[in-house]
Design a protein around this ligand. Structure first.
Ligand SMILES: Cc1cc2nc3c(=O)[nH]c(=O)nc-3n(C[C@H](O)[C@H](O)[C@H](O)COP(=O)(O)OP(=O)(O)OC[C@H]3O[C@@H](n4cnc5c(N)ncnc54)[C@H](O)[C@@H]3O)c2cc1C
Length: 379
């Protein structure tokens, strides 16, 4: 018998998707508890580093476009509710070196879904953005409706909206075990057993451990982020400089306008070493920095290559890099949001909404591309 009152829902993991799920549960007036093992908003999981790319022309699959359009509406709702600036629409430049795929799939997606975009010749790019140095044989797409999300205000605003509607956040309280029957769900923490009608598992890079009983083929990648010095910060401000992605012979790189004293934030999307949340090396190495500095200073000569900040983060990967947003097989009161594979943040409020809908509406179906019974997840 639990000493704690039974609630409608428990959320296991109060990071990106847990905060979004909590916001949705709060909007629906549900009684809910969010368990977070660390502080709410921290730099030990998948959401560290202050900013995330937001874009609609989705090269990964056009199936994501309705989800990102819904997320766009919900980010705007969150800005209105919180009075905070969360999404900066400074545009994105997607660029690729001659002979590489680069933005072709994004261009096709933008055409098919009527997403504002321009296909630009490199000379036009250099004229409009003099800080960009690309050769004449590159392919470039610019989308003005893209930009970046500020992660800290985004997560705080979603959780504030949730708690204002009665959701309880229990930070620094790891879930040690959980279970489900047809009657309901339970989780155990150091404070005892908590019960609910439904459990939402949004454990980020810890999802493989949390879902070990499913034996799913998830893995975690260690990722590094760097902030490089710029000679003229105003030239790289979001009023003049967009988010960018560049496919070169060395890899797939991306970065952001300068928003603080640390300079131009940049990273590579393709690399990364397998790790686990318990064993990850949390300090970036000089070799990792050199690899990024080399490419980014070539693309943007105004970047001076001085590393002013570095961070380490984790991607929770599925085999096909598509998410899992679905009910647990045979246990419809356990709903999983995991495997966001390094591109989930932009969708967060729409994912939170989809998870709660799957939990509460038996007729709701997962998006096929995100379903847990797709072939690559079979064990
Ligand atoms: C370097 C990097 C760059 C990225 N860039 C982009 C980008 O530009 N655009 C984009 O859209 N996405 C991007 N992403 C991806 C995006 O940030 C992630 O997909 C998203 O943050 C995943 O959210 P999550 O809720 O699954 O994980 P998290 O935000 O890490 O949340 C999981 C939470 O669960 C908690 N938890 C785990 N186990 C337990 C337990 N047993 N008990 C209690 N709490 C627990 C953790 O402490 C954590 O707070 C990037 C990711 C990284 C790492």
């Amino acid at each position: 018998m639990s000493a704690h009152p039974h609630v409608d829902a428990i959320v296991l993991g109060g990071g990106t998707m847990g905060s979004a799920t909590a916001w949705e549960l709060g909007k629906r007036g549900r009684s809910a508890i969010v368990f977070e093992q660390f502080h709410h908003v921290h730099d030990l999981g998948a959401h560290s580093g202050d900013t995330r790319v937001f874009r609609h022309a989705y090269w990964e699959s056009p199936d994501y476009v309705p989800l990102v359009r819904r997320a766009d509406e919900l980010w705007m709702d969150l800005e209105a509710e919180s009075g905070q600036r969360i999404l900066e629409r400074c545009g994105i430049l997607e660029m690729s070196a001659h002979g590489l795929d680069g933005p072709q799939a994004s261009i096709e997606c933008a055409v098919a879904w009527d997403i504002p975009h321009e296909v630009l010749a490199p000379a036009e790019v250099r004229a409009r953005w003099p800080m960009v140095n690309i050769p004449d044989d590159w392919t470039v797409m610019y989308s003005p409706v893209a930009g970046f999300l500020r992660t800290v205000p985004a997560l705080r605003a979603m959780m504030a909206g949730a708690t204002a509607n009665g959701v309880t956040l229990r930070a620094h309280e790891p879930v040690r075990d959980w279970g489900a029957t047809d009657q309901g769900v339970w989780v155990d923490t150091a404070e005892g057993r908590f019960t609910a009608d439904r459990l939402y598992i949004t454990a980020g890079p810890w999802v493989a451990t949390t879902l070990a009983r499913l034996g799913m083929p998830l893995h975690v990648l260690r990722k590094t982020l760097f902030w490089l010095g710029v000679d003229d910060a105003a030239a790289f401000d979001s009023a003049r400089f967009p988010v960018w992605a560049a496919q070169t012979a060395a890899g797939g790189f991306y970065g952001f306008p300068v928003i603080d004293e640390f300079g131009l934030k940049c990273a590579d999307h393709q690399g990364g070493h397998p790790t686990t949340p318990g064993t990850i090396e949390r300090t970036a190495t000089a070799e990792e920095a050199a690899y990024i500095v080399d490419e980014v200073t070539r693309l943007f000569p105004g970047v001076n290559g001085r590393v002013q900040r570095a961070a380490v983060c984790m991607y929770a990967m599925t085999p096909d890099a598509h998410f899992i947003v679905d009910r647990m097989p045979g246990q419809p009161n356990v709903i999983i949001g995991g495997g966001f594979s390094g591109h989930g943040f932009k969708f967060a409020p729409a994912v939170g909404e989809a998870l709660v809908e799957l939990g509460e509406n038996p007729a709701a179906r997962p998006m096929p591309i995100l379903a847990i019974d797709r072939a690559v997840l079979a064990v």
